[in-house]
Design a protein around this ligand. Structure first.
Ligand code: S3P
Length: 174
């Protein structure tokens, strides 16, 4: 098993923030984000990819990113887009950590953040909160099914959650 830590979970649950926190705990680790990788690869914002090429083109870019990560990357904490868990080789990229939370917790986290408008604007699948809730309901069991580790994001502070992830990943990767 590759030693990467792959963070999966719904839009807005805090994958990117937690990845940055995790790499601060272990200087051997580097943080990568699949949405950022796709934006640099295509020199196009995710929102624009959805609007011009469509969602299926975006999913193909996610698969391409997954293939490259599997082949080339170690020692990374990889935060992923909310639909990335569906790539065929997800379990070959590293240890999969599902950041779990209820939809209402996620929604409040986004709307109560200081840059709420920006956070909503950049996410094409979060334009309508009821549609986003249905997507969440469609996905939540599938997230658990691919995960090696499940962490409840609403259970404590981020620092404690980060320590819990490091501890659980290390015991699995031994
Ligand atoms: C998506 C989540 C987004 C981004 C794209 C599609 C999804 O990432 O990849 O808009 O299908 O849930 P975040 O989870 O970082 O918002």
């Amino acid at each position: 098993m590759k030693n990467n830590i792959v963070l999966i979970g719904f839009m807005g649950v805090g994958k990117g923030t937690l990845a940055r926190r995790l790499v601060r705990k272990d200087s051997a680790l580097y943080a990568l984000d699949t949405d950022d990788m796709i934006e640099s690869l295509t020199n196009t914002k995710i929102k624009k990819i959805f609007a011009t090429a469509g969602e299926s083109a975006f999913r193909a870019l996610e698969q391409k990113t997954a293939n490259w990560l599997e082949k080339n990357v170690t020692n990374a904490v990889i935060s992923t887009g909310g639909g990335f868990f569906k790539v065929q080789n997800i379990n070959k990229i590293g240890t999969i950590v599902y950041l779990k939370a209820e939809f209402d917790w996620i929604y409040s986290r986004i709307v109560e953040s200081p840059n709420a408008k920006k956070k909503l604007k950049k996410r094409p699948l979060f334009q309508d909160s009821e549609k986003a809730r249905s997507l969440f309901n469609e996905r939540y069991e599938a997230y658990e099914a691919v995960a090696d580790i499940v962490v409840d994001m609403s259970a404590g502070d981020q620092e404690t959650i980060a320590d819990e992830i490091i501890r659980k990943v290390r015991s699995l990767q031994q």
